[in-house]
Design a binder for this molecule. Structure first.
Ligand code: F6R
Length: 241
């Protein structure tokens, strides 16, 4: 595992975007795994900028996202499909038909989760998965648990995640209680993983993720076992390392 500390959020974002750009340049038809949330917004801004300047070409890239809320439509500004469209896909030359997220409105969630696993498999697996971490150490929406969940599944969000995500909603009651998420095994099957972490609020959990025993109560700690993980933390998130 490589751990890189940067001066600030902008430098973290730029390094992460360079890493993703390098992946696309070395394999133009690669499969990128993307995350939503506040942390990757700066990374997506750099990728959009460089794509506009013709430095990186997404025309053959395919993407899969980690997760999606249950019960809200893709037109809802809180949906992760909407987030990805606005923050990245509509700003780069990607074919939107090659961008995949779980369908949080599917009638049969189990069927949808199986279909999502099949989609990832039929694309040949993920070449590079971008991750953020939750305050409780979650990756995707794999919340602290007694065992590591394996495949894509429906999950009840914990109070701490609902609380953290409520900053993006008008009222806490509006935050969906369930989501579909790639499982830990799905994430760990990615050939490379890039974890980005920003802000003082993540300093303690980042230290724990990197230094504790591998433990499903700290889901991201499993990344210690992955052969190719790069962590990019800004100074505030990396202050306890
Ligand atoms: C998002 C996701 C989550 C976030 C995590 C951090 O698709 O799966 O695991 O990466 O909650 O979110 P932010 O970046 O908002 O702190």
């Amino acid at each position: 595992m490589r751990v890189i500390k940067t001066k600030n959020y902008e430098q973290m974002s730029k390094k992460a975007a360079s890493f993703i750009m390098a992946q696309v340049i070395s394999k133009p038809d690669c499969v990128l795994g993307f995350a939503t949330g506040t942390t990757p917004i700066g990374t997506y801004d750099f990728l959009a900028e460089w794509n506009g300047e013709g430095i990186v070409d997404f025309s053959r890239v395919k993407t899969v996202n980690l997760d999606e809320y249950c019960g809200i439509s893709s037109e809802n500004p809180h949906s992760y499909r909407y987030f990805m469209d606005k923050n990245l896909f509509e700003r780069i030359n990607i074919d939107k038909r090659n961008t995949y997220l779980p369908d949080g409105q599917a009638k049969d969630c189990n069927e949808e989760c199986d279909a999502y696993e099949k989609t990832i498999g039929s694309l040949g697996g993920v070449d590079l998965q971008l991750l953020g971490i939750g305050n409780n150490g979650h990756i995707g929406f794999n919340e602290p648990a007694e065992v590591f969940p394996k495949k894509t599944h429906r999950i009840k969000l914990t109070e701490s995640t609902i609380e953290a995500n409520s900053r993006l909603f008008e009222k806490k009651e509006e935050v969906p209680r369930y989501a579909l998420t790639m499982g830990i095994q799905t994430i760990m099957k990615a050939k490379k993983i890039l974890l980005i972490v920003s802000g003082k609020g993540k300093a303690k959990i980042l230290k724990k993720v990197l230094e504790c025993d591998v433990d499903p109560k700290v889901p991201a700690s499993i990344l210690q076992l992955h052969p190719d993980v790069t962590v990019i933390a800004d100074a505030a998130a990396g202050e306890e390392l």
